[in-house]
Design a binder for this molecule. Structure first.
Ligand code: UDP
Ligand code: MG
Length: 315
């Protein structure tokens, strides 16, 4: 199997047949074997029925996973990926906003030696104030914080080599950070402009509140990327900084008391200094606990702390 498409589906009954046709138009000329893994994310409309009929009609290409309830787009994507067989995995939305006609071009890019081809909706067809604008700001922020410069993290249409996308788990709303995780294991990433269409059927499932979740996820991602192997650097660094602050305060109080005769207890600074000291100490201890957890994580799963691309003369 060369190519697996992974498509999360939540209440998209009107789109599915058209999507299926569009995928066939795009991929029928492909000389290699491909499959579509559709994940029904607990739809309450007729989506599952449509998928079942499609699966019966086209046993060669269609696989369907149906969730017991709605678990969210990220979970649907993760389940889809778990059931793929392809060397290459392409993610796209079910709502016809992404265009399957872009896929051959993205596959060609992979063949040039990239591990991730990231779709960029240059002409995005969503409402500006609630979708496009917040997304643009979020993309800028994610690029800055993670150091992976992409214009469109939110675009689902992206192509991945299997090695670049398996090997980590997705939580919360984290499917948009897959390129960041891929980058962290050494994947080569390129961005390509892709088509984008306005939603024709059904409703968009998200609003402005998603931006907030994305921001919170970004904290986690940044922490995992920079400190998951060395959490003491973060906790210990913060702890030591606060302890230094505490010492500076104490020094100031001592000087003031010695040379100007002002009592150490004349202001709340002494208590604040003591509080900083305790906080700093606690933070360092938390860092040590986190270090223990890192060891449990890597050693219980025999997960190495590095990733290898190739080896020579080694079996
Ligand atoms: N989706 C899903 N589970 C959800 C919400 C959405 O599987 O809880 C699917 C949805 O059917 C679509 C894709 O995720 O295929 C993107 O959803 P939507 O078009 O609403 O998001 P947007 O395009 O606005 O990012
Ligand atoms: Mg959409």
């Amino acid at each position: 199997m060369y190519l697996s498409l992974v498509i999360p589906v939540y209440n998209e009954e009107e789109s599915l047949l058209l999507l299926f046709d569009a995928i066939h138009d795009a991929l029928d000329s492909l000389p290699k074997k491909w499959e579509i893994v559709l994940v029904d994310d607990g739809s309450s409309d007729q989506s599952l029925k449509v998928l079942e009929e499609l699966a019966q009609k086209d046993t060669e290409h269609i696989r369907v996973v149906s969730f017991r309830r709605n678990f969210g787009q990220t979970a649907a994507i993760a389940a889809g990926i778990d059931h793929t067989k392809g060397e290459v995995i392409v993610l796209l939305d079910a709502d016809l906003q992404n265009d399957p006609a872009d896929i051959p071009m993205m596959l060609a890019k992979l063949d040039e030696g990239y591990d991730v081809v990231s779709g960029w909706r240059v002409k995005r067809k969503d409402t500006f104030i609630t979708r496009t604008l917040p997304s643009r700001m979020a993309n800028g922020l994610i690029s800055r914080v993670t150091g992976v410069e992409l214009h469109d993290y939110g675009c689902t249409l992206k192509a991945y080599r299997r090695e670049a996308i398996t090997g980590f788990r997705l939580y919360g709303e984290m499917h948009r950070f897959i390129p960041v995780f891929a980058h962290s294991v050494g994947a080569k990433i390129i961005e390509v402009p892709v088509n984008h269409h306005p939603r024709r059927f059904g409703e968009a499932k998200y609003g402005l509140e998603r931006t907030l979740k994305v921001l919170l996820d970004l904290f986690t991602v940044k922490f995992l990327l920079s400190y998951s192997a060395k959490p003491i650097y973060l906790f210990g660094g913060a702890g030591m900084s606060i302890i230094i602050l505490s010492a500076v305060l104490l020094f100031f109080l001592a000087i003031r008391s010695l040379f100007f005769g002002i009592s150490v207890l004349a202001s709340p600074l002494f208590q604040i200094s003591a509080m900083f000291f305790i906080l700093g100490f606690q933070s360092i201890l938390m860092g040590l606990i986190a270090e223990l957890q890192v060891r449990t994580y890597h050693e219980s799963q025999r997960k190495p702390t590095y990733t290898v691309r190739k080896t020579f003369n080694l079996k």
